[in-house]
Design a protein. Structure first.
Length: 81
């Protein structure tokens, strides 16, 4: 019986090693998928922020032009009176 139980124990141990490898591989796969998911989210967020920044830049340029035009208008108004 002792030989029999050690033979069974050896088979159990031989099955556990690949299982641990699979667990490790699954862990790395899940980790890689999570990093990929986060990367996609960050790319999307970056694109959104870049579009917002471009819109803000356009507004600032427009405001600067309006302020310049108002300054010229004010100068013309002062010189006419």
């Amino acid at each position: 019986m002792n030989k029999e139980s050690s033979g069974i124990q050896g088979k159990i141990n031989s099955y556990q090693k690949p299982f641990k490898f699979n667990e490790k591989q699954d862990f790395y796969d899940r980790r890689r998928q999570e990093m990929k998911r986060r990367f996609v989210i960050l790319q999307s967020r970056r694109n959104h922020l870049e579009r917002e920044l471009e819109a803000i830049k356009a507004c600032l340029i427009s405001l600067d032009q309006q302020m310049s035009n108002y300054g010229v208008y004010k100068q013309l108004k002062i010189t006419k009176t």
